[in-house]
Ligand binder design. Structure first.
Ligand SMILES: O=C(O)CCC(=O)C(=O)O
Length: 317
């Protein structure tokens, strides 16, 4: 199977690639004009309320009480299906991962007025919440790599008031967390924790339960805020130390990020599980498939979706 991407208009120069390797992130960069993004979101947020074609139909996904309800809506939304294949995104992703790339997960990250920020974390296999690895790099590559490339697009204003992302540049090569340790889910702690004077949590988990060194304290002086306008995106390794600020309620506009996660086709996606069990929910992967956004898939172990549940083909437009 092949997904031809033709001329790579937005590919990195060697200098940009070197900077990316040093920092662990690139951006922000424009995908949509702010007004265009606002217009799209006005329509799409209503359309997304209809979950009848979503791939996760279980109670956990429907209730909205768990993050799983925000997963993989590119599988039933034409707009999100096209978004993950946009040249502005895919050309940059392939500059780092090589030509053969899958999108294996998308996720909305809403912050409403008063919501806590996301606590500092790094993700390598994404076993962090479920206990089962969700992505595993193959062979020799696993020695040098891990994690996923995330492209996080601001669908609304993401700033110091609404809860923008924060990064610690250059921290993507050393894991401070061990995802094979177990975190404990307790939705009652959402919006109640304070970490070094900042309201932060991890959607009902305490990410600090995964720390390799129990005395480790994320050094807030290294944090760089990523202020983004609607329609801007940022690309980063999931192994980069990242977090977000709380929404301080000074504006009533929610902050909404849409994260699309990419890996080379050689990575095993959900290698040994048929379900996702995390954030207090459980959904079956029966209808799940990774999306080939570029190049050729020469491996037979990942299930590939070629179109959304309503028949919209995935591909560059
Ligand atoms: O948007 C956020 O608050 C957190 C996002 C995040 O952790 C991610 O995209 O990996």
């Amino acid at each position: 199977m092949t997904q031809d991407i033709g001329v790579r208009q937005f590919a990195f120069t060697p200098q940009t690639l070197a900077q990316f390797h040093q920092d662990g992130f690139y951006g922000p960069f424009k995908v949509y004009e702010p007004e265009e993004m606002r217009g799209i979101w006005r329509t799409e947020r209503l359309a997304l309320m209809d979950r009848s074609n979503a791939i996760y139909q279980e109670e956990a996904a429907q209730s909205g009480n768990t993050n799983i309800s925000n997963y993989d809506r590119h599988m039933d939304s034409d707009f999100l299906a096209d978004h993950i294949c946009r040249p502005e995104v895919v050309d940059r992703v392939t500059s780092v991962l090589g030509p053969d790339v899958l999108c294996w997960r998308t996720e909305f990250f809403p912050k409403y007025p008063g919501d806590e920020g996301t606590d500092w974390h790094q993700a390598d296999t994404f076993a962090n919440a479920s206990g089962s690895p969700q992505i595993v790099w193959a062979g020799d590559e696993a020695v040098h790599f891990g994690g996923t490339l995330t492209v996080w697009t601001a669908f609304t204003e993401a700033n110091l008031d609404t809860g923008c992302l924060q990064f610690m540049p250059g921290t993507h090569q050393t894991m401070m967390y061990d995802e094979t340790k177990k975190m404990h889910y307790d939705p009652d702690r959402i919006n109640k924790a304070d970490k070094a004077g900042i309201r932060r949590g991890f959607f009902g988990y305490d990410y600090r339960e995964l720390q390799i060194d129990e005395d480790f304290e994320p050094d807030e002086s290294l944090a760089v805020p990523m202020v983004m306008r609607p329609g801007e995106a940022i690309m980063f390794w999931s192994t980069l130390m990242h977090a977000s600020l709380p929404h301080n309620g000074r504006t009533d506009e929610m902050r909404l990020g849409f994260a699309a996660r990419y890996v080379p086709t050689s990575v095993h996606v959900y290698p040994d599980t048929e379900e996702i069990v995390e954030y207090g929910g459980r959904v079956s992967l029966d209808r799940f498939g990774s999306v080939l956004v570029s190049g050729t898939n020469a491996y037979d172990y990942n299930r590939i979706a070629t179109q959304t549940t309503t028949g919209h083909p995935f591909g560059r437009r």
